[in-house]
Ligand binder design. Structure first.
Ligand code: FES
Length: 92
């Protein structure tokens, strides 16, 4: 599965760098580095809701989704509720 993280100027100001680092930590913590590829993306056109991530090619077959309002404080919650379930694995 691919998770694209917006590094456009608005999301950058809202902490894209922290979100990228936080996602790397989540992949390590939940041992899914082999299952999720992180990619940087330019603006998704949803700057008011940044930092924005987008899941693509979900392993559970679900549609691509945007994950909005991600920051270093809520990243684990966002990861567990909006990203991890798309791997088709039992909840950790
Ligand atoms: S800069 Fe991230 S959605 Fe526009």
């Amino acid at each position: 599965m691919i998770v694209k993280i917006c590094i456009g100027s608005s999301c950058h100001l809202k902490g894209s760098y922290d979100v990228v680092e936080g996602m790397k930590e989540m992949l390590r913590k939940y041992d899914v580095e082999e299952l999720i590829e992180l990619q940087a993306s330019f603006c998704f056109g949803q700057c008011a809701d940044g930092v924005v991530m987008r899941t693509e090619e979900a392993l559970d077959g679900s549609a691509d989704v945007f994950v909005r309002g991600v920051n270093k404080d809520n990243i684990e919650e966002k990861f567990l509720t909006e990203v991890y379930p798309r791997l088709g694995l039992p909840q950790p």
